[in-house]
Design a protein. Structure first.
Length: 439
């Protein structure tokens, strides 16, 4: 096992990139807007904008992905021994579901049997991640950091035998990829900023999850929050404006003009008295003026309506960047639209995220436990339509005698029943017995 880990670490650290790739690597543009006036946001500035609509979208994707933890499977080919770990045989429906997924085809196309692994050191690691986090925390944080920064980092620590004993999710805003100009590696090491200074982590001890970034496909990923940062910042500025207007600290609601010139001290005293009397819920109170005053009320209703329309459009643009359907962000919807939105979200946002996460685990974590390529992880399909299709297919197979009740019960993990060995058919479907089963 120790030799296997050393080989894997050496493969990760010594893997070099061709000159065409090294020469194409470049940093992201230094400006955010088209006028080249606003610079790119830093990692901390991105994290500071995780609020309002952006927080809703990011945490929604992260929490949904966390409800689909990957399952561990083992594929057995002709001539291979049965797995020595505790396994569960798959039903016919589960077999079909795995074989219909193109990303799993290279792993299972030559297998004679696929079983789900129920007990394994990897499963124990994923259940007891570290002294602070459990499995749900691991999956949720992994997706959440990618939604905000485009990257999530697992720092693996090993026991005396070279087996991973804990997974530590690193704060992505404190991690930096370092490439030496004279090196042929894509990443020489990862630099983590800590309270005591910068720490270096070798690539073999860290798993880097990332979203694709066309500007630098070998670096940190491009997050939805970064892609929609202009809209997110605009929404924050709009809320700040509304808060300032509500607190009478931005555009004044009224202009008070004394009939005669007054001193600075008197003007300050008048402003303070007016603010204390009418600000924060004081509208409608009685005012007895000491002298003649002219009060001009400023109306901002048209501007407010335009700003509200702009805020709604901004919220939709943020939702589009995160793959969140609009019905999830508004109360103006109905059941049909909400069900369609759930299917859209599952197929276009959740499924790709789960597949990207599982592939990274199969690529870098599974080889630490299995050098044969028999083990792999795969998450359940989150698309409701697929589940509804399987239920309808079971119903049709039962109705026309394609499968028995016990076969369907086995797919659902239920024990067989004595009356479920024969295909069931309704009384008008053909030859029958008196007990309702087909001859």
């Amino acid at each position: 096992m120790r030799r296997l880990i050393h080989r894997l670490a050496a493969w990760l650290t010594q893997k070099t990139a061709p000159a065409t790739v090294r020469g194409a690597l470049s940093s992201a543009p230094a400006f955010l807007d088209s006028y080249r006036r606003v610079r790119n946001p830093s990692a901390l500035e991105l994290l500071a904008e995780l609020k309002n609509t952006a927080y809703t979208c990011a945490t929604l994707n992260a929490s949904v992905c966390a409800t689909y933890p990957p399952r561990l499977y083992v594929a057995t080919r002709r001539g291979e021994m049965r797995p020595r770990c505790l396994t569960r045989g798959l039903s016919a429906g589960e077999h079909r579901a795995l074989h219909t997924r193109p990303e799993l085809a290279p792993r299972i196309k030559a297998s004679e049997r696929i079983e789900e692994v129920l007990e394994h050191p990897l499963l124990r690691l994923l259940r007891a991640v570290n002294p602070t986090h459990n499995a749900h925390d691991l999956w949720e944080l992994t997706t959440l950091y990618q939604e905000v920064h485009g990257s999530a980092y697992w720092h693996l620590t090993f026991d005396g035998l070279g087996v991973p004993e804990a997974i530590w999710v690193l704060p992505s805003q404190q991690v930096r990829l370092v490439r030496s100009p004279e090196s042929g590696a894509l990443v020489d090491y990862y630099e983590v900023q800590t309270a005591t200074g910068a720490e270096r982590i070798a690539p073999g001890a860290l798993i880097h999850f990332r979203y694709p970034d066309p500007r630098d496909p070998y670096g940190a990923g491009l997050s939805p929050l970064r892609a929609a940062f202009e809209q997110v910042a605009m929404a924050s500025e709009f809320l700040a404006y509304k808060r300032a207007l509500w607190s009478n600290n931005a555009v004044p609601g009224v202009i008070v003009s004394p009939a005669e010139v007054i001193s600075d001290e008197e003007r300050a005293r008048l402003e303070t008295a007016w603010q204390q009397k009418f600000a924060r819920g004081g509208t409608g109170r009685l005012l007895v003026a000491e002298s003649s005053l002219r009060v001009d009320v400023l109306q901002q209703s048209l501007g407010d309506l335009a700003a509200l329309a702009e805020a709604r459009a901004t919220r939709e643009e943020i939702g589009n960047a995160f793959g969140i359907p609009i019905p999830f962000l508004t109360g103006e919807t109905n059941l049909a639209n909400l069900q369609a939105a759930e299917q859209q979200h599952a197929s276009q946002a959740i499924r790709p995220r789960l597949q990207r996460r599982d592939e990274k685990i199969n690529e870098q974590l599974i080889p630490l436990y299995d050098a044969t390529g028999r083990l792999f992880v795969a998450s359940d399909d989150p698309v409701p339509r697929q589940q509804e299709f399987l239920l309808k297919q079971q119903e049709t197979d039962l109705r026309w005698g394609v499968r028995t009740i016990n076969e369907v019960r086995a797919e659902r993990g239920l024990e067989p029943v004595p009356w479920g060995e024969h295909p069931w058919q309704p009384t008008s479907a053909g030859p029958q017995r008196t007990n309702g089963f087909a001859e």
